[in-house]
Ligand binder design. Structure first.
Ligand SMILES: [Zn+2]
Ligand SMILES: [Zn+2]
Ligand SMILES: [Zn+2]
Length: 206
């Protein structure tokens, strides 16, 4: 499940014999599992609170739709009605409203198209923070939902972790990336934070 208050997924931690809470910004790599189509399944590598990196399988629905409240079973006290209501209902209503207005839960800059495009957690290929802790910038290699090409965006943790929250400005690398050139993750990380990538500032992205 996805905790819509803390903006974290419940994923399996083998060290703690149970689940742990994981934000999108703690993902490190997302790969679509070959062969699984209905539903699609993704292999997610994430940095766990236990200090280790784990790999787990997450269905497409869980990854992209639970954060929008469509599967959550949490409840909250609605102060207007005085009743305990399903968080899912509230968040799903909010999601429907936002989508009607043309807003997307996640957006990223697509360099090949020079446009802001929608994306989802499943659109991420690599996620690498500039530093391991704190609220600093996070670099992501994201596959465009529209044209399927890749761009490196540099965003805040909230931009990734909180659906419907968009940074007022996004940094991006003005370079066309071929996913194969960037593996393994260490090379992506090196190119992004220590290498020759030219980072440009994109104002008014949101
Ligand atoms: Zn763990
Ligand atoms: Zn540093
Ligand atoms: Zn695109």
């Amino acid at each position: 499940m996805f905790d819509a208050i803390r903006n974290r997924y419940a994923l399996t931690c083998p060290e703690q014999a149970g689940t742990t809470w994981v934000a999108v910004s703690a993902f490190r790599r997302v790969r679509r599992l070959r062969g699984a189509t209905a539903p699609a399944v993704f292999r997610v590598d994430f940095d766990c609170e236990c200090g280790q990196r784990h790999e787990t399988l997450v269905s497409h629905d869980r990854l992209d739709r639970e954060p929008l409240g469509s599967e959550s079973t949490g409840t909250y006290m609605n102060l207007l009605t005085g009743r305990r209501e399903l968080v899912a209902t509230e968040f799903a209503d909010q999601a429907t409203d936002q989508l009607r207005k043309g807003n997307w839960p996640w957006t990223f800059w697509c360099h090949p198209e020079s446009a802001i495009r929608p994306g989802f957690p499943s659109s991420l290929r690599f996620v690498t923070p500039e530093h391991e802790h704190g609220d600093q910038r996070v670099g992501v290699l994201v596959r465009c939902f529209h044209c399927a090409r890749h761009t490196v965006n540099i965003v805040s943790r909230d931009h990734l972790d909180v659906p419907w929250h968009a940074d007022p400005a996004i940094e991006f690398v003005a370079q066309v990336f071929d996913g194969d050139q960037l593996e393994p993750e260490e090379r992506f990380r090196h190119q992004l934070w220590e290498g020759p990538s030219r980072v440009q500032w994109l104002a008014d992205a949101g």
